[in-house]
Design a protein around this ligand. Structure first.
Ligand code: ASP
Length: 340
């Protein structure tokens, strides 16, 4: 039997959770599902141009469908999340890969991570430059090194040896992000690290979680971090347990939001631990961690999550989150704002 629940709650900051819970119908065999995000944040309807909003929705749908097609064909969750995140990195609309935010030196400095739930293997890169698809490099760290995380020049040298594609600065540059940096520098706090779309406070990190037909979970996350970030600042996205986590015994999670809070709250791992060690369902665990704990700490953002039965949760404490999912019953969902 399929259960579909929409929980919308309002508060001063606005919170929303949408969960899809599905016991796989017998005729479809083993369940598989995928969810993606392109960041969370506070933005009012009408602040986007209709063209931009339509392009974002189309890109989200294309990415979630691409990952889902791989799962439907028997592909692995690892391949599905890699594919979806790569497509979002290639889009100029999101703060990852092409279109990433600029740091204080006017450079695109990229972080990414990936994890597979069957083995607890994981790979991550932080503060890399000119790597076209940081998620592919994170995956290489997982599969072709004895390490979990590489950073900066060392990670770039590893990337060259692995044949990872690089692009010049112009490839990553978008005027939109450049203007955000100029706004940040012209503000009364020119040295402050800003959210990804100051002053709108919209985080546009990308991520994906998936369950494949073999029952394996995977998660991946990729970001440019925060506008005007300084001193080698690294957020939660490449931190296993904070921005990304996957464990077949519980769930797979990818996060977006104000990274400093997500690191301190070990958000992704906390969701999985609650699923594994308490009676909490996936929806309850994401609500407890994001809407209760993170909100109480003052942190803004959200998570996407999937569990071994194909339940999907898209939970955030901001007014919106770019998100899409295809659940175990094949229902396609694409949304931006909290009331969709
Ligand atoms: N979590 C990311 C960071 O703090 C930002 C984002 O989600 O856009 O680096």
């Amino acid at each position: 039997m399929k259960i579909f629940s929409l929980i919308l709650a309002s508060s001063l900051i606005g919170v929303a959770t949408m969960t899809f819970a599905a016991n796989a119908p017998a005729q479809t065999g083993k369940p598989f599902a995928i969810a993606i995000h392109g960041g969370s944040g506070t933005i009012e309807k009408g602040e986007f141009s209709p063209e931009r909003e339509a392009e974002i929705r189309t890109t989200l749908e294309q990415a979630v469908r691409a990952g889902h097609e791989m799962l439907a064909a028997g592909g692995s969750s690892l391949d599905a999340v890699t594919r979806a995140v790569t497509m979002l990195e290639d889009s100029p609309h999101f703060n990852a890969g092409r279109g990433a935010v600029f740091n204080a030196e006017g450079k695109n400095e990229l972080d990414a991570s990936i994890m597979e739930g069957a083995t607890l293997n994981a790979g991550a890169v932080a503060a890399v430059h000119n790597v076209r698809n940081p998620v592919l490099l994170a995956r290489k760290v997982m599969t072709d090194s004895v390490h979990v995380m590489l950073m900066g020049e060392g990670a770039e040298e590893f990337a060259r040896r692995q044949g990872i594609a690089f692009e010049d600065d112009a490839y990553f540059h978008t005027d939109y992000r450049w203007q955000q940096l100029q706004k940040a520098k012209a503000s009364d706090q020119p040295d402050a690290t800003f959210l990804s779309e100051t002053p709108d406070q919209w985080f546009s990190t990308v991520g994906a979680v998936a369950l494949d037909r073999d029952g394996n979970l995977a998660a991946a996350t990729s970001t440019g971090g925060m506008t005007n970030k300084q001193w080698g600042r690294v957020g939660d996205s490449p931190i296993i347990g904070a921005g990304t986590y996957a464990d077949n015994r519980s769930c797979a999670v990818s996060a977006t939001g104000h990274g400093e809070y997500f690191i301190r709250a070990t958000v992704a791992r906390d969701v999985c631990a609650r699923v594994q060690f308490t009676d909490a369902s996936l929806a309850e665990a994401t609500d407890q961690v994001v809407r209760q704990q993170l909100t109480a700490m003052g942190g803004d953002g959200g998570v996407i999550a999937v569990d071994p039965r194909g339940n999907v949760a898209l939970t955030f404490n901001t007014s919106g989150m770019y998100r899409a999912s295809i659940d175990a019953d094949g229902n396609v969902y694409v949304a931006i704002f909290g009331d969709e």
